[in-house]
Design a binder for this molecule. Sequence first.
Ligand code: NAD
Length: 483
Amino acid sequence: MRPEKYIKNYINGAFVPAESGEYFDNYNPATGQVYSHIPDSDERDVAKAVEAAKKAFPGWAKMATDKRFRILMRVADIIEQNLEAFARAESIDSGKPMAMSSTVDIPRSQSNFRFFATAIMHFSSESHHIAGEAINFTLRQPLGVVGCISPWNLPLYLFSWKIAPALATGNCVVAKPSELTPMTAFMLGQACAEAGLPPGVLNIVQGLGPKAGQAIVDHDDVKAISFTGGTATGRRILQTTSQTFKKASLELGGKNPNLIFADCDFDQMMVDTIRSSFSNNGQICLCGSRLYIQRPIYDKFKEEFVKRVQFLKVGDPFSSVTDLGALVSKAHMEKVMGYIALAEVEGGTVLCGGKPVDVPGEYEQGYFLRPTVIEGLNNECRTNQEEIFGPVVTIQPFDTEEEAIALANGVKYGLASTVWTQDISRANRVAEQLQAGIVWVNCWMLRDLRTPFGGVKESGMGREGGLEALRFFTEPKNVCIKY
Ligand code: NAD
């Protein structure tokens, strides 16, 4: 698998330029330099991709399950054999440390293919017997051509999280990665071709969201959209899909709370809270960005947390000692810095960070920011209400359990929450009342791919993961036979 300077679309098993013949620039965020070019696709490329997918669908849907299983397992094997190349490409494209792309992003992308390849071998449907009269059974059939659209923060990880279950259930796919991180999706096309995936089963259209992405959502023959990205984009997609009754699964933004009670295991909490705040530069939808600490340990927490955050190393994504690489783009860096400035206007105190980092040499034009901790803000201010999606957290004290729950729930989002306490009854009480799709108790980002994954309120609609994904990508049809 190899990156190329001029990235191509992958349509009907071939690597082709966009119909427009145009490309736009792809930046390496650690150097701030253009290093490759992305096809500027539009509705013509999407139409070609949908045609190829429609043609491939009958054969793929009817293929014996164990044959589909073998092909998807081969895709996983090829990613694994090329882990170094994929991880390097992911880090160049996104700015994240190679230490992360090689241990998290790419291993998880292989797991996604393995998990859903094996899951389909065990997927079954229900039957309902009317005693002495009839039997109902449920057919679970693939939808046809489906669209998968993913963001830049965990590029191949989230792209494959959608594509693998869609393919495993017998659908053909038109997929679009983020225009900020196109390279590993392009390489996935190479892996699929090598694995023997029949032409047209997976088509990867590169390009801009409002142009190529919207064309996938708009296309009449695309039966479902699986989308991960920002809430504003999700709202726009839902407006379109609601007009045509297309199935939609929307995994959107978050503003996740960490509730840290005084009785927690302080040392473990501290290690995991550093991770949940600043992994991938805070650019994980599951990162906790609002830290609520019970008053008796607030000062101790603040002192220790700030001290450790100041030790985090920011810089060269390819150095083994780097904790935080570059932010994904100049525009995103400016957005995050805008929020830090806003926090100060809103009365917040920056306890550490808040400034860009000068990394000398080839990285001096890169988008590096110091991890930032802010205190002194109320829950209603924009800094605590809006998703920043960068290396920025706020800390606030609380007194009672009820107050902590009210603070945690006091935003429009509801994706993930983290609770730190040694009191098992409290953990259960709080988990029950938190408005979130995922609650972690005494851990963070411990993932079991069988569990439902998704958010409530403006964090999304529908669930991914395990059986939920297999159900989303199939249409249940009840057959009733009287005897
Ligand atoms: P984004 O919404 O800007 O883009 C996501 C994808 O949608 C990209 O591929 C983009 O090209 C495409 N797109 C943009 N406009 C479109 C349109 N009109 N029609 C179709 N496609 C369109 O999001 P982003 O900036 O790439 O990602 C960051 C966001 O993703 C954050 O809000 C983050 O919380 C969220 N996110 C959520 C989850 C989750 O599981 N809930 C996971 C990761 C990221």
